[in-house]
Design a protein around this ligand. Structure first.
Ligand code: ADP
Ligand code: MG
Length: 603
């Protein structure tokens, strides 16, 4: 028999077809590898379950006794499902995910082996973390970092390993990851938004930030990929010439999905569904061999865990099909690059979408209040938001004639623009009319409940209102969404807090509530005008205009990073408790370092 080379065997192993459960409904597979709170119920005492559920929903600390019970439950579930190892799963600043697997084993005095996993191992670990980017926060001689369990995102099984989502912090307490500041920003916006919701509805107790990402990517044949050292080392081609036929005929977008790609997508979707990722949409993108995948939106922290997981799954599963996935923002010159649109919104525990218009005038005042606060936040921190999505790789995409320009602005569409104009121009007396004993009647122009179909699609806007949410389109395809979500949620939260203090001050002076809200909203509409732009973001005129409006027009990426250290950014992060100056300096250092190294590798 001919001798098979080892590498060829390895190749075959990668291509081993997935064991797909036959004829099972999606709803049967969904989440089968996730330890949801519902499944926990079967493994915990009623008392322990109630305590854990409270922490999972409301946050809080877990005592050692409870941790032991939860650990035992996790182990029982995981071992039943064939897991042999466990790991703390975290998101260091290198943009990837990190895991160090430990077996569920312990040696007994008599030499026998038992399966062990207790609360101590669940709640906290001390990985030797000196090799992760830390921007100088830790010296190698004090290598300790801590990972600590995030009970807000459920544990799952991947590769026969129980993965426990955790935060990652230095021995001295500074965050060394994306999850820590993200959780702080999300807790902050919850509190700040509830404060505003209470003006309109006293029943609102919780506001959740939601994220629906759309992931673009390229697939290339593995053999062709291996023939290109530039693709292998840098994730993009550095030399060569364009193909005679690329996207000139515009025949790829939404075209029929090639059979081999469809097989990859199917595998990917099944694996994603097992991990509880609600994947929904798939289609061909504009460039040849470019595709998109999008799930149903979820709570921001969970959605981001899922995006990181799916990027890892894509890398793994593409190889089973003889492909390599390229997540680089611009793998090929001359054809479109890939982004990761971040659809972002806020929703209440009473079921209201805060970025969507409602049925009554009061609903619409609430809607306008939130929209205008978002505009103000994006205006005040447009440079920082740009920094949050900037990287060496995304730099090739931004500013090119296909992706959002290197200037942050917000598209609102004709209808919303008209509403804001009307509010700005009329006085409170005109807007508020007395109508008998029902109190005030607001003359806020009718806003159709469904704006989605009415917001013209402006693909050139980096931060577009799309009917019931904003779509942050400038995020890069290989980025960790948390970077953008931390900046955005913190900026909006800071703004909502300020709005509330201004409104409360007017109320304290005796102004009626609605009138006070209208006063501040009107002021914000005027102030945030420079960020509102519905025109063509790719045009040269816009660049000149944006400069006049005082928006951040810097195009050099490493210089853009310095927005993190501007006084207003430091003030925003420190006053809200999301990040300290030291953490910001460290993050900036990591950004500069990563940028430099990537350019050096390419050189
Ligand atoms: P398009 O490509 O036209 O922008 P898609 O259907 O590909 O539209 O993506 C829309 C994304 O927006 C989906 O991921 C969807 O879940 C998400 N989305 C919808 N509503 C919300 C919301 N309230 N909050 C966050 N994301 C949302
Ligand atoms: Mg989109």
């Amino acid at each position: 028999m001919a001798k098979i080379r080892f590498s060829a065997l390895e190749e075959l192993a990668h291509r081993k077809p997935l064991e797909v459960p036959k004829r099972r409904r999606v709803s049967e597979i969904f989440g089968c590898d996730v330890l949801t709170i519902e499944k926990m119920r079967q493994y915990l005492s009623i008392e322990a379950f109630k305590k854990l559920e409270k922490v999972m929903i409301e946050g809080g600390t877990i005592d050692r006794g409870l941790a032991d019970q939860v650990a035992a439950a996790m182990k029982a579930w995981a071992v039943e499902k064939g897991a042999t190892h466990y790991t703390h799963w975290f998101h260091p600043l290198n943009g990837a995910t990190a895991e160090k697997h430990d077996g569920f084993i312990d040696l007994q005095k008599n030499g026998s082996m038992i399966e062990a996993f207790d609360g101590r191992m669940l709640v906290q670990q001390e990985p030797d973390a000196s090799s992760f980017p830390n921007g100088g926060i830790r010296n190698t001689f004090e290598a300790r970092g801590y990972t600590a369990w995030d009970p807000g995102s459920p544990a799952f099984i991947n590769n026969n390993t129980l993965c426990i989502p955790t935060v990652f912090v230095a021995y001295t307490g500074e965050a060394l990851d994306y999850k820590t500041p993200m959780l702080k920003a999300l807790a902050l916006i919850d509190k700040a938004a509830v404060g505003i919701c209470q003006y309109f509805d006293k029943d609102v107790e919780k506001v959740t930030a939601t994220l629906g990402w759309e992931q673009e990517y390229f697939l290339v044949d593995e053999a062709l990929f291996n023939a290109r050292p530039d693709l292998k080392l840098c994730g993009r081609t550095l030399m060569g010439h364009s193909a005679a036929k690329d996207q000139q005929l515009e025949d790829h977008y939404f075209g029929a999905i090639p059979t081999r790609v469809a097989a990859f997508m199917k595998d990917l979707e099944i694996e994603s569904l097992k991990l509880g990722i609600p994947v929904k949409t798939r289609h061909n993108e504009v460039a040849p061999n470019q595709f998109e995948l999008a799930p149903i939106f979820e709570e921001c922290n969970l959605a981001n865990d899922h995006n990181l997981l799916i990027m890892a799954l894509m890398r793994k599963i593409s190889r089973r099909h003889g492909f390599r996935v390229l997540l680089h923002e611009k793998p090929f010159k001359g054809v479109n690059g890939s982004g990761k649109h971040n659809n972002w919104s806020l929703g209440t525990d009473t079921g209201v979408l805060l970025m969507a218009p409602g049925k009554t005038a009061e609903d619409n005042l609430r809607f306008v209040t939130f929209i205008v606060n978002v505009l103000m936040a994006v205006y005040r921190h447009n440079g920082l938001l740009k920094a949050s999505i900037s990287s060496a790789t995304n730099a090739h995409r931004l500013g090119a004639n296909e992706a959002p320009p290197a200037i942050i602005s917000s598209f609102l569409g004709t209808q919303l623009t008209q509403v804001l104009d009307h509010l700005e121009e009329s006085s409170n007396d005109e807007l508020i009319a007395l109508s008998g004993k029902h109190g005030m009647k607001l003359d806020i122009p009718q806003i159709p409940e469904l704006l989605i179909d009415n917001t013209d699609r402006n693909r050139t806007s980096p931060f577009a209102f799309t009917g019931n949410r904003f779509e942050f389109r400038a995020v890069g395809s290989e980025a960790n969404c948390a970077s953008a979500m931390i900046a955005l949620n913190t900026a909006v939260a800071e703004q909502l807090i300020e709005f509330k203090s201004e409104v409360d001050a007017l109320i304290a002076k005796g102004e009626p509530k609605v009138s006070a809200i209208l006063d501040v909203v009107r002021k914000y509409i005027k102030e945030s005008k420079p960020i509102h732009f519905d025109g063509n973001g790719y045009s040269e005129e816009w660049k000149a205009e944006a400069l006049k409006r005082g928006l951040d027009c810097e195009t050099s990426v490493p210089v853009i990073f310095d927005n993190y250290l501007k006084e207003e950014s430091v003030k925003m992060f420190e006053s809200t408790g999301v990040m300290t100056r030291k953490e910001l300096e460290a993050r900036n250092e990591v950004k500069w370092e990563t940028y430099t190294k990537k350019i050096q590798i390419e050189a």
